[in-house]
Design a binder for this molecule. Structure first.
Ligand SMILES: [Zn+2]
Ligand SMILES: [Zn+2]
Length: 136
């Protein structure tokens, strides 16, 4: 799969399709997305190549473990995140991936995290495995 930030300064190339997709409705992800859940594609770290230099903001999640959120310093697009709780994985924002590649992989939401803090205007994917907070 291929993807990029809004301005194109950061590009993503993946080896293969994501392991799964989740939507995270935690408050932190809502700030990042503008109010909705963050749609995250889970990839093993070794399967993703990032080109360009992202800025990174780190904050502890509710679990107490750190989450690094990386974004383009020029256009502000959040491109990927990494979690201390899952050091071998990288979480790519689904919206940065080319639409044709998402269609080809038929990516659907497998899990929903932090449904308890979803905004009243947000939709919860009922077909997915829904967790009120984090799964662990
Ligand atoms: Zn950019
Ligand atoms: Zn979140």
């Amino acid at each position: 799969m291929k993807g990029q930030c809004l301005c194109g300064a950061i590009t993503i190339t993946t080896n293969g399709e994501p392991v799964m997709m989740s939507k995270c409705h935690c408050r932190d992800c809502q700030y990042i997305s503008g109010g909705e859940a963050s749609p995250l594609l889970f990839f093993p770290m070794d399967n993703v190549e990032i080109q360009g230099t992202a800025s990174t903001f780190e904050k502890k999640a509710d679990s107490g473990k750190g989450v690094e959120r990386s974004f383009c310093p020029k256009c502000g697009t959040h491109v990927y995140s990494k979690a201390e709780a899952a050091p071998d994985m990288i979480f790519v924002k689904a919206g940065t991936i080319d639409r044709a590649d998402l269609d080809a992989a038929d990516v659907q939401t497998a899990m929903v995290f932090y449904a308890a803090s979803a905004q009243p205007f947000s939709h919860i994917d009922e077909d997915a495995q829904v967790f009120e907070t984090s799964p662990s």
